[in-house]
Write a protein that binds this ligand. Structure first.
Ligand code: N01
Length: 535
Protein backbone atom coordinates (compact mmCIF):
# COMPACT_ATOMS: atom_id res chain seq x y z
CA UNK A 1 0.00 0.00 0.00
CA UNK A 2 1.19 3.50 -0.70
CA UNK A 3 2.39 5.76 2.08
CA UNK A 4 0.02 8.62 1.27
CA UNK A 5 -2.88 6.34 1.84
CA UNK A 6 -5.21 8.26 4.12
CA UNK A 7 -7.40 5.42 5.06
CA UNK A 8 -7.60 1.72 4.28
CA UNK A 9 -10.67 -0.44 4.46
CA UNK A 10 -11.56 -4.01 3.72
CA UNK A 11 -14.42 -2.93 1.50
CA UNK A 12 -15.90 0.16 -0.10
CA UNK A 13 -19.48 -0.08 -1.23
CA UNK A 14 -21.07 2.48 -3.54
CA UNK A 15 -24.69 3.44 -2.84
CA UNK A 16 -26.94 3.29 0.23
CA UNK A 17 -30.04 1.77 -1.33
CA UNK A 18 -31.39 -1.74 -0.77
CA UNK A 19 -28.09 -3.23 -2.02
CA UNK A 20 -25.57 -1.04 -0.22
CA UNK A 21 -27.36 -1.18 3.14
CA UNK A 22 -27.48 -4.94 3.21
CA UNK A 23 -23.91 -5.31 1.88
CA UNK A 24 -22.71 -3.09 4.72
CA UNK A 25 -24.69 -5.11 7.26
CA UNK A 26 -23.33 -8.44 6.04
CA UNK A 27 -19.71 -7.40 5.75
CA UNK A 28 -19.74 -5.69 9.14
CA UNK A 29 -21.32 -8.77 10.72
CA UNK A 30 -18.51 -10.84 9.20
CA UNK A 31 -15.95 -8.51 10.76
CA UNK A 32 -14.80 -6.54 7.72
CA UNK A 33 -14.17 -2.82 7.92
CA UNK A 34 -16.60 -1.40 5.42
CA UNK A 35 -17.73 2.04 4.35
CA UNK A 36 -20.58 2.97 2.09
CA UNK A 37 -20.41 6.15 0.02
CA UNK A 38 -23.68 7.70 -1.01
CA UNK A 39 -24.26 10.71 -3.28
CA UNK A 40 -27.58 11.58 -1.65
CA UNK A 41 -27.91 13.10 1.77
CA UNK A 42 -29.62 10.03 3.18
CA UNK A 43 -30.31 6.36 2.54
CA UNK A 44 -32.78 4.99 -0.01
CA UNK A 45 -31.09 4.77 -3.42
CA UNK A 46 -33.69 4.95 -6.18
CA UNK A 47 -36.32 5.49 -3.51
CA UNK A 48 -34.44 8.53 -2.29
CA UNK A 49 -34.26 10.09 -5.77
CA UNK A 50 -37.62 9.05 -7.28
CA UNK A 51 -40.02 11.39 -5.49
CA UNK A 52 -42.23 12.20 -8.44
CA UNK A 53 -46.00 12.36 -7.93
CA UNK A 54 -47.53 8.89 -7.93
CA UNK A 55 -44.21 7.06 -7.44
CA UNK A 56 -44.89 3.69 -5.95
CA UNK A 57 -43.64 0.17 -6.19
CA UNK A 58 -45.11 -2.37 -8.60
CA UNK A 59 -44.16 -5.42 -6.51
CA UNK A 60 -46.39 -6.39 -3.61
CA UNK A 61 -44.93 -4.85 -0.47
CA UNK A 62 -44.79 -8.00 1.67
CA UNK A 63 -42.35 -9.30 -0.96
CA UNK A 64 -40.63 -6.01 -1.65
CA UNK A 65 -38.49 -6.09 1.45
CA UNK A 66 -35.58 -7.82 3.07
CA UNK A 67 -35.94 -11.32 4.44
CA UNK A 68 -32.54 -11.67 6.08
CA UNK A 69 -33.96 -10.71 9.47
CA UNK A 70 -37.10 -12.30 10.83
CA UNK A 71 -37.19 -9.67 13.54
CA UNK A 72 -37.16 -6.88 10.96
CA UNK A 73 -39.98 -8.57 9.05
CA UNK A 74 -42.04 -8.75 12.25
CA UNK A 75 -41.35 -5.18 13.27
CA UNK A 76 -42.19 -3.45 10.01
CA UNK A 77 -45.81 -3.20 8.84
CA UNK A 78 -46.74 -2.19 5.29
CA UNK A 79 -49.94 -0.22 4.85
CA UNK A 80 -50.90 -1.15 1.31
CA UNK A 81 -50.28 -3.67 -1.45
CA UNK A 82 -48.17 -1.33 -3.59
CA UNK A 83 -46.54 1.14 -1.24
CA UNK A 84 -45.85 4.73 -2.22
CA UNK A 85 -42.31 6.02 -2.40
CA UNK A 86 -42.39 7.81 0.99
CA UNK A 87 -43.34 4.57 2.73
CA UNK A 88 -40.52 2.60 1.09
CA UNK A 89 -38.12 5.37 2.00
CA UNK A 90 -39.36 5.20 5.61
CA UNK A 91 -38.75 1.45 5.55
CA UNK A 92 -35.15 1.86 4.39
CA UNK A 93 -34.56 4.52 7.03
CA UNK A 94 -36.01 2.15 9.61
CA UNK A 95 -33.57 -0.55 8.47
CA UNK A 96 -30.63 1.87 8.60
CA UNK A 97 -31.56 2.90 12.16
CA UNK A 98 -32.35 -0.58 13.43
CA UNK A 99 -28.98 -1.94 12.35
CA UNK A 100 -27.03 1.26 13.13
CA UNK A 101 -25.85 1.48 9.55
CA UNK A 102 -25.49 5.27 9.22
CA UNK A 103 -22.29 5.35 11.23
CA UNK A 104 -20.52 3.60 8.35
CA UNK A 105 -22.09 5.59 5.53
CA UNK A 106 -20.60 8.80 4.18
CA UNK A 107 -23.42 10.81 2.63
CA UNK A 108 -23.25 13.64 0.10
CA UNK A 109 -20.28 11.93 -1.48
CA UNK A 110 -20.14 10.69 -5.04
CA UNK A 111 -17.55 8.09 -6.03
CA UNK A 112 -16.08 9.35 -9.30
CA UNK A 113 -13.37 6.76 -9.95
CA UNK A 114 -11.91 3.49 -8.70
CA UNK A 115 -8.52 2.32 -9.92
CA UNK A 116 -6.97 -1.03 -9.13
CA UNK A 117 -3.33 -0.90 -8.06
CA UNK A 118 -1.61 -4.20 -8.77
CA UNK A 119 1.42 -3.51 -6.55
CA UNK A 120 -0.72 -3.44 -3.44
CA UNK A 121 -3.78 -5.36 -4.65
CA UNK A 122 -5.88 -2.47 -3.49
CA UNK A 123 -8.51 -0.28 -5.07
CA UNK A 124 -7.88 3.44 -4.89
CA UNK A 125 -11.24 5.12 -4.78
CA UNK A 126 -11.78 8.76 -5.66
CA UNK A 127 -14.57 11.02 -4.44
CA UNK A 128 -16.06 14.20 -5.81
CA UNK A 129 -14.45 16.24 -3.03
CA UNK A 130 -10.95 15.08 -4.08
CA UNK A 131 -10.65 12.68 -1.17
CA UNK A 132 -9.38 9.18 -1.82
CA UNK A 133 -9.59 5.97 0.11
CA UNK A 134 -8.05 2.53 -0.35
CA UNK A 135 -9.94 -0.72 -0.05
CA UNK A 136 -9.28 -4.35 -0.75
CA UNK A 137 -12.73 -4.91 -2.23
CA UNK A 138 -14.69 -2.51 -4.38
CA UNK A 139 -18.40 -3.27 -4.57
CA UNK A 140 -21.07 -1.37 -6.47
CA UNK A 141 -24.63 -1.22 -5.20
CA UNK A 142 -25.66 1.46 -7.64
CA UNK A 143 -28.68 -0.25 -9.15
CA UNK A 144 -29.50 -0.72 -12.80
CA UNK A 145 -31.57 2.44 -13.21
CA UNK A 146 -29.74 5.30 -11.57
CA UNK A 147 -28.21 7.08 -14.58
CA UNK A 148 -30.96 9.44 -15.74
CA UNK A 149 -31.66 9.95 -19.43
CA UNK A 150 -32.50 13.51 -20.38
CA UNK A 151 -32.69 13.64 -24.18
CA UNK A 152 -30.63 16.41 -25.77
CA UNK A 153 -33.45 18.56 -27.05
CA UNK A 154 -32.35 21.81 -28.61
CA UNK A 155 -33.30 24.91 -26.64
CA UNK A 156 -33.62 23.33 -23.18
CA UNK A 157 -31.51 26.18 -21.78
CA UNK A 158 -33.87 28.73 -23.26
CA UNK A 159 -37.00 27.23 -21.66
CA UNK A 160 -38.29 29.78 -19.14
CA UNK A 161 -40.47 27.33 -17.21
CA UNK A 162 -39.46 24.73 -14.62
CA UNK A 163 -38.37 21.29 -15.69
CA UNK A 164 -37.70 18.09 -13.76
CA UNK A 165 -36.65 14.50 -14.40
CA UNK A 166 -38.73 11.94 -12.48
CA UNK A 167 -35.57 10.29 -11.16
CA UNK A 168 -34.17 13.53 -9.73
CA UNK A 169 -37.31 15.00 -8.28
CA UNK A 170 -37.00 17.90 -5.82
CA UNK A 171 -37.60 17.26 -2.14
CA UNK A 172 -40.11 20.09 -1.95
CA UNK A 173 -43.53 19.68 -3.48
CA UNK A 174 -43.80 20.86 -7.08
CA UNK A 175 -46.95 22.93 -7.37
CA UNK A 176 -48.89 22.10 -10.55
CA UNK A 177 -51.99 24.06 -9.57
CA UNK A 178 -53.09 26.45 -12.31
CA UNK A 179 -50.12 25.41 -14.46
CA UNK A 180 -49.79 24.16 -18.01
CA UNK A 181 -47.74 21.01 -17.60
CA UNK A 182 -46.11 18.84 -20.23
CA UNK A 183 -44.74 15.34 -19.68
CA UNK A 184 -42.49 13.43 -22.06
CA UNK A 185 -42.50 9.67 -21.65
CA UNK A 186 -45.03 6.96 -20.92
CA UNK A 187 -42.96 4.23 -19.25
CA UNK A 188 -43.53 3.11 -15.63
CA UNK A 189 -42.67 6.58 -14.29
CA UNK A 190 -44.85 8.50 -16.75
CA UNK A 191 -47.79 6.11 -16.35
CA UNK A 192 -47.68 6.61 -12.57
CA UNK A 193 -47.21 10.39 -12.69
CA UNK A 194 -49.72 11.28 -15.42
CA UNK A 195 -52.99 10.52 -13.52
CA UNK A 196 -51.73 12.32 -10.40
CA UNK A 197 -50.45 15.44 -12.19
CA UNK A 198 -53.61 15.58 -14.30
CA UNK A 199 -55.72 15.96 -11.17
CA UNK A 200 -53.81 19.05 -10.08
CA UNK A 201 -52.65 20.82 -13.23
CA UNK A 202 -54.74 23.29 -15.17
CA UNK A 203 -53.77 21.35 -18.27
CA UNK A 204 -51.55 18.34 -18.91
CA UNK A 205 -50.06 17.58 -22.31
CA UNK A 206 -48.67 14.06 -22.64
CA UNK A 207 -45.98 13.67 -25.30
CA UNK A 208 -46.05 9.98 -26.17
CA UNK A 209 -43.56 8.26 -28.45
CA UNK A 210 -44.58 4.65 -27.85
CA UNK A 211 -47.99 3.66 -26.48
CA UNK A 212 -47.80 1.30 -23.51
CA UNK A 213 -49.57 -1.77 -22.27
CA UNK A 214 -50.55 -1.29 -18.67
CA UNK A 215 -52.91 -3.23 -16.44
CA UNK A 216 -54.67 -1.97 -13.31
CA UNK A 217 -52.67 -2.31 -10.11
CA UNK A 218 -55.84 -2.29 -7.98
CA UNK A 219 -53.87 -1.12 -5.04
CA UNK A 220 -55.62 -1.29 -1.69
CA UNK A 221 -54.93 -0.87 1.97
CA UNK A 222 -53.95 -4.09 3.68
CA UNK A 223 -56.37 -5.83 5.94
CA UNK A 224 -54.66 -6.24 9.36
CA UNK A 225 -55.54 -9.94 9.25
CA UNK A 226 -53.60 -10.34 5.97
CA UNK A 227 -50.58 -8.60 7.47
CA UNK A 228 -50.80 -10.79 10.57
CA UNK A 229 -50.82 -13.90 8.38
CA UNK A 230 -47.91 -12.68 6.26
CA UNK A 231 -45.85 -12.21 9.42
CA UNK A 232 -46.81 -15.65 10.65
CA UNK A 233 -45.89 -17.03 7.24
CA UNK A 234 -42.52 -15.32 7.14
CA UNK A 235 -40.59 -18.55 6.55
CA UNK A 236 -42.80 -19.49 3.64
CA UNK A 237 -42.61 -16.03 2.06
CA UNK A 238 -38.85 -16.03 2.49
CA UNK A 239 -38.58 -19.44 0.85
CA UNK A 240 -40.84 -18.39 -1.99
CA UNK A 241 -38.78 -15.25 -2.62
CA UNK A 242 -35.54 -17.16 -2.51
CA UNK A 243 -36.50 -20.24 -4.46
CA UNK A 244 -38.94 -19.05 -7.10
CA UNK A 245 -38.22 -18.13 -10.72
CA UNK A 246 -39.05 -14.46 -10.19
CA UNK A 247 -38.14 -13.93 -6.53
CA UNK A 248 -41.72 -12.96 -6.03
CA UNK A 249 -45.02 -14.13 -4.65
CA UNK A 250 -46.62 -15.00 -7.94
CA UNK A 251 -46.05 -18.12 -9.96
CA UNK A 252 -47.01 -18.38 -13.64
CA UNK A 253 -49.57 -20.99 -14.51
CA UNK A 254 -47.97 -23.94 -16.22
CA UNK A 255 -50.16 -23.63 -19.29
CA UNK A 256 -49.79 -22.21 -22.78
CA UNK A 257 -52.12 -19.43 -23.85
CA UNK A 258 -52.68 -21.47 -27.01
CA UNK A 259 -54.02 -24.45 -25.07
CA UNK A 260 -57.19 -22.54 -24.22
CA UNK A 261 -60.05 -21.61 -26.51
CA UNK A 262 -60.58 -17.91 -27.21
CA UNK A 263 -63.46 -17.79 -24.71
CA UNK A 264 -61.46 -19.54 -21.99
CA UNK A 265 -58.50 -17.26 -22.59
CA UNK A 266 -60.68 -14.18 -22.48
CA UNK A 267 -62.02 -15.28 -19.11
CA UNK A 268 -58.52 -15.94 -17.77
CA UNK A 269 -57.37 -12.47 -18.86
CA UNK A 270 -60.54 -10.85 -17.60
CA UNK A 271 -60.10 -12.44 -14.17
CA UNK A 272 -56.46 -11.34 -14.02
CA UNK A 273 -57.40 -7.82 -15.15
CA UNK A 274 -59.96 -7.64 -12.36
CA UNK A 275 -57.56 -9.05 -9.80
CA UNK A 276 -54.93 -6.48 -10.82
CA UNK A 277 -51.17 -6.40 -10.49
CA UNK A 278 -48.93 -9.05 -11.95
CA UNK A 279 -51.73 -11.60 -12.02
CA UNK A 280 -51.89 -10.67 -15.70
CA UNK A 281 -48.31 -11.57 -16.59
CA UNK A 282 -48.71 -14.87 -14.72
CA UNK A 283 -51.72 -16.04 -16.70
CA UNK A 284 -49.76 -18.23 -19.12
CA UNK A 285 -46.24 -19.59 -19.18
CA UNK A 286 -45.44 -18.66 -22.77
CA UNK A 287 -46.46 -15.02 -23.06
CA UNK A 288 -42.87 -13.84 -23.39
CA UNK A 289 -41.51 -16.59 -25.61
CA UNK A 290 -44.26 -17.37 -28.10
CA UNK A 291 -45.40 -14.70 -30.56
CA UNK A 292 -48.88 -16.13 -30.99
CA UNK A 293 -49.42 -16.47 -27.25
CA UNK A 294 -48.17 -12.95 -26.73
CA UNK A 295 -50.54 -11.56 -29.35
CA UNK A 296 -53.54 -12.86 -27.41
CA UNK A 297 -52.59 -10.87 -24.29
CA UNK A 298 -51.73 -7.80 -26.35
CA UNK A 299 -55.08 -7.92 -28.14
CA UNK A 300 -56.95 -8.25 -24.84
CA UNK A 301 -55.33 -5.07 -23.50
CA UNK A 302 -55.94 -3.18 -26.75
CA UNK A 303 -59.62 -4.08 -26.48
CA UNK A 304 -59.68 -2.77 -22.90
CA UNK A 305 -58.12 0.52 -24.02
CA UNK A 306 -60.82 0.97 -26.65
CA UNK A 307 -63.49 0.26 -24.02
CA UNK A 308 -62.04 2.66 -21.45
CA UNK A 309 -61.08 5.65 -23.59
CA UNK A 310 -64.15 7.53 -24.80
CA UNK A 311 -62.70 9.35 -27.82
CA UNK A 312 -61.89 6.71 -30.47
CA UNK A 313 -59.14 8.89 -31.98
CA UNK A 314 -57.40 9.19 -28.62
CA UNK A 315 -57.90 5.46 -27.97
CA UNK A 316 -56.34 4.69 -31.35
CA UNK A 317 -53.21 6.68 -30.43
CA UNK A 318 -52.93 4.76 -27.15
CA UNK A 319 -52.91 1.32 -28.77
CA UNK A 320 -49.53 -0.38 -28.36
CA UNK A 321 -48.29 -2.78 -31.01
CA UNK A 322 -45.01 -4.20 -29.73
CA UNK A 323 -44.85 -7.58 -27.99
CA UNK A 324 -46.67 -7.30 -24.68
CA UNK A 325 -44.32 -7.33 -21.69
CA UNK A 326 -41.11 -6.89 -23.66
CA UNK A 327 -40.87 -3.39 -22.27
CA UNK A 328 -41.40 -3.67 -18.53
CA UNK A 329 -45.08 -4.50 -17.94
CA UNK A 330 -46.67 -1.58 -16.15
CA UNK A 331 -49.26 -1.44 -13.40
CA UNK A 332 -51.39 1.68 -13.25
CA UNK A 333 -54.07 3.49 -11.35
CA UNK A 334 -56.50 5.11 -13.79
CA UNK A 335 -53.95 5.63 -16.55
CA UNK A 336 -56.12 5.10 -19.63
CA UNK A 337 -59.07 6.75 -17.81
CA UNK A 338 -57.02 9.92 -17.43
CA UNK A 339 -57.25 10.52 -21.19
CA UNK A 340 -61.00 11.03 -20.76
CA UNK A 341 -60.32 14.18 -18.73
CA UNK A 342 -60.94 17.49 -20.42
CA UNK A 343 -57.67 18.94 -19.16
CA UNK A 344 -55.49 16.21 -20.71
CA UNK A 345 -54.20 16.15 -24.29
CA UNK A 346 -52.29 13.27 -25.85
CA UNK A 347 -49.69 14.17 -28.48
CA UNK A 348 -48.10 11.52 -30.65
CA UNK A 349 -44.44 12.47 -30.99
CA UNK A 350 -43.54 9.45 -33.06
CA UNK A 351 -45.28 10.91 -36.10
CA UNK A 352 -44.52 14.53 -35.25
CA UNK A 353 -41.27 14.39 -33.24
CA UNK A 354 -40.19 16.91 -30.66
CA UNK A 355 -38.00 19.45 -32.45
CA UNK A 356 -36.95 21.74 -29.66
CA UNK A 357 -37.82 23.57 -26.51
CA UNK A 358 -38.60 27.25 -26.81
CA UNK A 359 -38.69 29.93 -24.09
CA UNK A 360 -42.44 29.39 -23.76
CA UNK A 361 -42.78 25.66 -24.28
CA UNK A 362 -42.16 22.77 -26.64
CA UNK A 363 -42.29 22.58 -30.41
CA UNK A 364 -42.99 19.39 -32.32
CA UNK A 365 -42.83 18.94 -36.09
CA UNK A 366 -46.38 20.24 -36.41
CA UNK A 367 -47.25 22.50 -33.45
CA UNK A 368 -46.01 24.46 -30.46
CA UNK A 369 -47.27 23.83 -26.91
CA UNK A 370 -47.10 26.48 -24.21
CA UNK A 371 -45.85 25.05 -20.93
CA UNK A 372 -45.08 26.30 -17.43
CA UNK A 373 -43.60 23.01 -16.27
CA UNK A 374 -42.05 20.17 -18.25
CA UNK A 375 -41.55 16.72 -16.75
CA UNK A 376 -39.03 14.34 -18.25
CA UNK A 377 -40.24 10.80 -17.59
CA UNK A 378 -37.67 9.71 -20.14
CA UNK A 379 -36.04 6.92 -18.19
CA UNK A 380 -32.48 5.80 -17.70
CA UNK A 381 -29.31 4.64 -19.32
CA UNK A 382 -29.90 1.21 -17.82
CA UNK A 383 -27.53 -1.54 -16.70
CA UNK A 384 -24.17 -0.19 -17.89
CA UNK A 385 -25.00 3.53 -17.47
CA UNK A 386 -24.43 3.70 -13.68
CA UNK A 387 -21.17 1.74 -13.95
CA UNK A 388 -19.84 3.86 -16.81
CA UNK A 389 -20.54 7.00 -14.78
CA UNK A 390 -17.67 5.89 -12.55
CA UNK A 391 -14.18 5.76 -14.05
CA UNK A 392 -13.46 2.13 -13.10
CA UNK A 393 -10.02 0.85 -14.12
CA UNK A 394 -8.76 -2.65 -13.53
CA UNK A 395 -5.34 -4.22 -14.01
CA UNK A 396 -2.91 -2.28 -16.24
CA UNK A 397 -5.20 0.74 -16.09
CA UNK A 398 -7.76 -0.84 -18.41
CA UNK A 399 -11.04 1.07 -18.23
CA UNK A 400 -14.23 -0.94 -17.74
CA UNK A 401 -15.89 1.16 -20.42
CA UNK A 402 -13.12 0.28 -22.87
CA UNK A 403 -13.07 -3.40 -21.97
CA UNK A 404 -16.80 -3.53 -22.57
CA UNK A 405 -16.44 -1.40 -25.72
CA UNK A 406 -18.96 1.20 -24.56
CA UNK A 407 -21.46 -1.56 -23.83
CA UNK A 408 -21.25 -3.48 -27.12
CA UNK A 409 -19.09 -6.23 -25.58
CA UNK A 410 -20.17 -6.57 -21.98
CA UNK A 411 -18.70 -9.70 -20.49
CA UNK A 412 -19.23 -10.72 -16.89
CA UNK A 413 -19.07 -13.87 -14.90
CA UNK A 414 -22.50 -14.39 -13.30
CA UNK A 415 -23.16 -10.66 -13.52
CA UNK A 416 -21.01 -10.39 -10.41
CA UNK A 417 -17.53 -9.86 -11.69
CA UNK A 418 -15.43 -9.31 -14.82
CA UNK A 419 -11.95 -10.49 -15.86
CA UNK A 420 -9.16 -7.99 -15.37
CA UNK A 421 -10.89 -6.38 -12.39
CA UNK A 422 -9.84 -8.33 -9.28
CA UNK A 423 -11.76 -7.99 -6.03
CA UNK A 424 -14.47 -6.01 -7.79
CA UNK A 425 -18.11 -7.09 -7.41
CA UNK A 426 -21.28 -5.67 -8.94
CA UNK A 427 -24.50 -6.19 -7.00
CA UNK A 428 -27.23 -6.84 -9.59
CA UNK A 429 -24.73 -6.13 -12.34
CA UNK A 430 -25.24 -6.65 -16.08
CA UNK A 431 -25.94 -10.30 -16.99
CA UNK A 432 -27.47 -11.13 -13.63
CA UNK A 433 -31.25 -11.66 -13.32
CA UNK A 434 -31.56 -8.23 -11.63
CA UNK A 435 -34.43 -6.15 -12.99
CA UNK A 436 -36.46 -9.10 -14.22
CA UNK A 437 -36.57 -10.46 -10.69
CA UNK A 438 -37.99 -8.90 -7.55
CA UNK A 439 -35.06 -6.60 -6.79
CA UNK A 440 -34.77 -7.07 -3.00
CA UNK A 441 -34.65 -10.84 -3.55
CA UNK A 442 -32.00 -10.48 -6.27
CA UNK A 443 -30.02 -8.13 -4.05
CA UNK A 444 -30.09 -10.41 -1.02
CA UNK A 445 -28.81 -13.32 -3.10
CA UNK A 446 -25.92 -11.29 -4.53
CA UNK A 447 -24.99 -9.70 -1.22
CA UNK A 448 -24.94 -13.04 0.57
CA UNK A 449 -22.89 -14.63 -2.19
CA UNK A 450 -20.36 -11.78 -2.15
CA UNK A 451 -20.10 -11.70 1.66
CA UNK A 452 -19.61 -15.47 1.80
CA UNK A 453 -17.02 -15.26 -0.96
CA UNK A 454 -15.03 -12.58 0.86
CA UNK A 455 -15.14 -14.60 4.08
CA UNK A 456 -13.91 -17.64 2.17
CA UNK A 457 -11.01 -15.65 0.71
CA UNK A 458 -10.07 -14.41 4.17
CA UNK A 459 -10.26 -17.86 5.74
CA UNK A 460 -8.11 -19.32 2.96
CA UNK A 461 -5.55 -16.51 2.86
CA UNK A 462 -6.46 -15.59 -0.69
CA UNK A 463 -5.50 -12.04 -1.68
CA UNK A 464 -7.37 -11.70 -4.95
CA UNK A 465 -10.27 -13.20 -6.83
CA UNK A 466 -10.81 -12.55 -10.51
CA UNK A 467 -13.12 -14.04 -13.13
CA UNK A 468 -11.32 -15.94 -15.86
CA UNK A 469 -11.77 -14.87 -19.47
CA UNK A 470 -13.09 -18.33 -20.37
CA UNK A 471 -15.70 -18.32 -17.61
CA UNK A 472 -17.03 -14.89 -18.47
CA UNK A 473 -17.12 -15.65 -22.17
CA UNK A 474 -19.13 -18.77 -21.48
CA UNK A 475 -21.50 -16.94 -19.13
CA UNK A 476 -22.05 -14.03 -21.51
CA UNK A 477 -22.75 -16.41 -24.39
CA UNK A 478 -25.18 -18.35 -22.22
CA UNK A 479 -27.02 -15.13 -21.24
CA UNK A 480 -27.38 -14.16 -24.88
CA UNK A 481 -28.53 -17.62 -25.96
CA UNK A 482 -31.26 -17.63 -23.30
CA UNK A 483 -32.35 -14.11 -24.21
CA UNK A 484 -32.53 -14.99 -27.91
CA UNK A 485 -35.14 -17.63 -27.08
CA UNK A 486 -37.50 -14.90 -25.82
CA UNK A 487 -39.40 -12.02 -27.34
CA UNK A 488 -37.60 -9.43 -25.17
CA UNK A 489 -34.82 -8.97 -27.69
CA UNK A 490 -37.26 -8.05 -30.45
CA UNK A 491 -38.36 -4.77 -28.85
CA UNK A 492 -36.67 -1.40 -28.51
CA UNK A 493 -36.50 -0.75 -24.78
CA UNK A 494 -34.09 0.16 -22.03
CA UNK A 495 -33.65 -3.60 -21.56
CA UNK A 496 -31.98 -3.70 -24.97
CA UNK A 497 -30.23 -0.33 -24.65
CA UNK A 498 -32.22 0.98 -27.61
CA UNK A 499 -33.59 3.92 -25.58
CA UNK A 500 -30.26 5.75 -25.51
CA UNK A 501 -29.09 7.44 -28.70
CA UNK A 502 -25.85 5.84 -29.88
CA UNK A 503 -25.84 3.09 -27.23
CA UNK A 504 -24.93 -0.33 -28.62
CA UNK A 505 -27.82 -2.73 -28.51
CA UNK A 506 -27.42 -5.67 -26.19
CA UNK A 507 -29.62 -7.53 -23.75
CA UNK A 508 -27.86 -7.68 -20.39
CA UNK A 509 -30.27 -9.56 -18.15
CA UNK A 510 -30.05 -13.26 -17.35
CA UNK A 511 -33.41 -14.81 -18.18
CA UNK A 512 -32.80 -18.40 -17.10
CA UNK A 513 -34.76 -17.89 -13.85
CA UNK A 514 -33.75 -16.70 -10.42
CA UNK A 515 -33.99 -20.20 -8.94
CA UNK A 516 -31.70 -21.62 -11.61
CA UNK A 517 -29.30 -18.70 -11.27
CA UNK A 518 -29.06 -19.15 -7.50
CA UNK A 519 -28.18 -22.82 -7.96
CA UNK A 520 -25.47 -21.94 -10.48
CA UNK A 521 -23.95 -19.35 -8.11
CA UNK A 522 -24.12 -21.76 -5.17
CA UNK A 523 -22.41 -24.49 -7.16
CA UNK A 524 -19.62 -22.14 -8.20
CA UNK A 525 -19.04 -21.30 -4.53
CA UNK A 526 -19.20 -24.86 -3.29
CA UNK A 527 -16.71 -25.92 -5.96
CA UNK A 528 -14.13 -23.52 -4.56
CA UNK A 529 -15.16 -20.69 -6.90
CA UNK A 530 -14.59 -22.38 -10.21
CA UNK A 531 -14.39 -19.94 -13.09
CA UNK A 532 -12.45 -17.56 -10.87
CA UNK A 533 -8.71 -17.28 -10.51
CA UNK A 534 -7.75 -17.13 -6.82
CA UNK A 535 -4.27 -15.98 -5.84
O1 N01 B 1 -38.41 4.90 -18.17
P1 N01 B 1 -38.76 4.10 -19.52
P2 N01 B 1 -39.22 4.92 -16.81
N1 N01 B 1 -38.67 11.63 -27.08
O2 N01 B 1 -37.46 3.98 -20.25
C1 N01 B 1 -39.87 8.06 -23.66
C2 N01 B 1 -38.42 1.11 -13.26
N2 N01 B 1 -39.49 1.83 -12.60
O3 N01 B 1 -38.52 5.87 -15.89
O4 N01 B 1 -40.77 3.92 -25.40
C3 N01 B 1 -39.87 11.18 -26.69
O5 N01 B 1 -39.52 2.89 -19.27
C4 N01 B 1 -39.85 6.60 -23.99
O6 N01 B 1 -40.40 6.39 -25.27
P3 N01 B 1 -40.01 5.03 -26.09
C5 N01 B 1 -39.02 0.06 -14.19
O7 N01 B 1 -38.18 -1.04 -14.25
C6 N01 B 1 -40.28 1.12 -11.76
O8 N01 B 1 -40.64 5.13 -17.04
O9 N01 B 1 -38.52 4.86 -25.93
N3 N01 B 1 -40.04 10.23 -25.77
C7 N01 B 1 -40.70 6.05 -22.85
O10 N01 B 1 -42.06 6.26 -23.08
C8 N01 B 1 -39.07 0.82 -15.49
O11 N01 B 1 -39.14 0.00 -16.62
C9 N01 B 1 -41.33 1.74 -11.16
O12 N01 B 1 -40.42 5.30 -27.46
C10 N01 B 1 -38.93 9.73 -25.20
C11 N01 B 1 -40.26 6.93 -21.68
O13 N01 B 1 -39.72 8.11 -22.24
C12 N01 B 1 -37.81 1.62 -15.41
O14 N01 B 1 -37.71 2.02 -14.06
C13 N01 B 1 -41.59 3.08 -11.38
C14 N01 B 1 -37.63 10.18 -25.55
C15 N01 B 1 -39.20 6.28 -20.84
O15 N01 B 1 -39.71 5.11 -20.29
C16 N01 B 1 -37.76 2.84 -16.28
O16 N01 B 1 -39.03 3.48 -16.26
C17 N01 B 1 -40.76 3.78 -12.22
C18 N01 B 1 -37.55 11.17 -26.54
N4 N01 B 1 -36.36 11.62 -26.95
C19 N01 B 1 -39.71 3.15 -12.82
N5 N01 B 1 -36.75 9.49 -24.81
C20 N01 B 1 -42.20 0.94 -10.30
O17 N01 B 1 -41.78 0.21 -9.44
C21 N01 B 1 -37.45 8.64 -24.02
N6 N01 B 1 -38.76 8.79 -24.27
C22 N01 B 1 -43.60 1.03 -10.56
Amino acid sequence: MTSNQKDSLDAVVVGAGFAGLYMLYRLREAGFTTRVYEAGESVGGVWYWNRYPGARCDIESIYYNYTFSKELYQEWTWTSKYPEQPEILRYLNFVADKFHLRQDIQFNTRITAAHYESESNRWKIYMNDDETVYAKYFITGIGCLSATNIPHFKGLDSFEGEWYHTGRWPHEKVDFKGKKVGIIGTGSSGVQAIPVIAKEAEHLTVFQRTPQYTVPARNHLYDPEYIKRSKENFEMIRKQMRESTSGNGFISRDRSALDDSQEQRYQVYENAWNEGGYAFTSTYKDLFVNEEANKTAAEFIRTKIKEIVCDPKVAEKLLPNYYYGTKRPILDTNYYETFNRKNVTLIDVKNAPIEKLTPKGLRTADAEYELDILVFATGYDGMTGPLFNIDIRGKNGVKLKEKWEDGSKVRTYLGLSTAGFPNFFTITGPESPSVLVNMPAAIEQHVEWIADCISYLQENNVETIEATIEAEQKWSNHCREVAEMTLYVKTDSWYTGANIVGKPRSFLIYLGGFDVYRKICDEVASNGYNGFHLS
